[in-house]
Unconditional design. Structure first.
Length: 347
């Protein structure tokens, strides 16, 4: 059964993204209902419904639809691709929280904390297959060949995401990680899904190879900036603002960009002090966070990280330069502008 979609997207609307978010959420719910044959008594219904209650910004899905429109395609014909991409992203968050043992996500309990590890793993797996099922539904409205190309690209992005996640575990408490190594890791772990979002929209919308590459570059730069902002968030935002614990990175021994930059730019004394605090397992996490934050401020690493974000966002804008001006290009530029106003984000 093909889930219903009424075709409500208008990228020229002043409230386009708000309307599109609503449409994406509705379609994702309809797909869930179709898959489960409206059987809300099935064991998997409760955790999947819980996961959909806090949909986030749906940024990747919006990029996919705007990219389609930017190359002259009709986003209403590929809504299922946007929904599929968001389902894949949701799966990665569920599994990520399990790995990190984070108990908060988007301002509420993480799925594993609410339903246990077994149900969380199964639900994450479930959403991976929802992603491909939903994407396949696009074949009814666009060329099956284009859909197959996107399946290939999405599969590659998923593989890169796994590689990046695995690389991150290798960085655990390793203060010798270089900036280049870290940027490569987040290019795989985070930026790959951003890139495939734009590429998929351009492919499904009938864009040229140049269009696909330009939009992919745009979104990859955006994804890198997004991850760096997320790295900065624990030192700039409250738990209520970020939707997750500000001491999670500290508890998990996660070496993020601000710490890497501080180790690179700090004096020898600052480097030794940061290393001592970071690796002090008996120090209270809240106190450890406060002392590390002070060192990050003293070394200027947060300012340096913010400058990297601004550079990446400018690269993103530059990548759009060959596209004709349109409401959808403006929407993509608006995403960049909004990110430039924040020093911390929620995925």
């Amino acid at each position: 059964m093909i889930p219903k979609y009424s075709g409500l997207i208008d990228t020229a609307s002043a409230t386009a993204h708000d309307e599109t978010r609503s449409a994406i959420s509705q379609v994702l719910w309809s797909i869930l209902e179709a898959i489960l044959d409206d059987r809300t008594d099935r064991a998997i219904f409760q955790p999947t419904a819980f996961a959909l209650q806090t949909p986030g910004k749906l940024l990747r899905a919006l990029i996919l639809l705007d990219s389609c429109s930017a190359v002259g395609g009709d986003p209403n014909t590929i809504i299922f691709a946007a929904v599929g991409l968001e389902a894949g992203h949701l799966a990665s968050l569920i599994h990520d929280d399990i790995i990190d043992q984070d108990t908060m996500r988007r301002g509420t309990q993480s799925l594993w904390a609410r339903f246990g590890l077994d149900q969380a793993i199964i639900t994450g797996d479930f959403f991976i297959f929802v992603a491909f099922y939903s994407l396949a539904l696009c074949r009814h409205q666009v060329s099956p060949y284009r859909v197959a190309r996107v399946v290939e690209q999405l599969s590659k992005a998923g593989l890169q995401l796994c590689i990046g996640q695995s690389e991150e575990s290798r960085f655990h408490k390793n203060l010798l990680v270089t900036l280049d190594d870290y940027l490569e890791m987040i290019r795989f772990k985070t930026a790959s899904l951003f890139r495939v979002a734009a590429e998929s929209g351009a492919i499904l919308g009938g864009g040229t190879r140049q269009d696909v590459n330009a939009l992919g570059n745009f979104s990859e730069s955006l994804g890198l900036a997004f991850q760096i902002l997320d790295d900065m968030a624990p030192y700039l935002l409250t738990d209520a603002q970020s939707g997750k614990s500000h001491i999670s990175d500290i508890i998990n021994g996660r070496v993020t960009l601000p710490i890497i930059v501080a180790m690179r730019d700090g004096t020898e004394t600052q480097q030794q002090l940061l290393s001592s605090i970071f690796n002090h397992d008996r120090l209270d996490p809240v106190q450890k966070h406060a002392e590390i934050k002070l060192l990050l401020e003293q070394t200027g690493s947060l300012d340096s990280a913010h400058q990297m974000v601004q550079h990446l966002l400018q690269c993103a804008l530059d990548s759009l330069s060959h596209l004709p001006m349109s409401s959808s290009r403006t929407q993509l530029e608006t995403i960049v502008y909004r990110l430039s106003q924040f020093k911390g984000v929620t995925p």
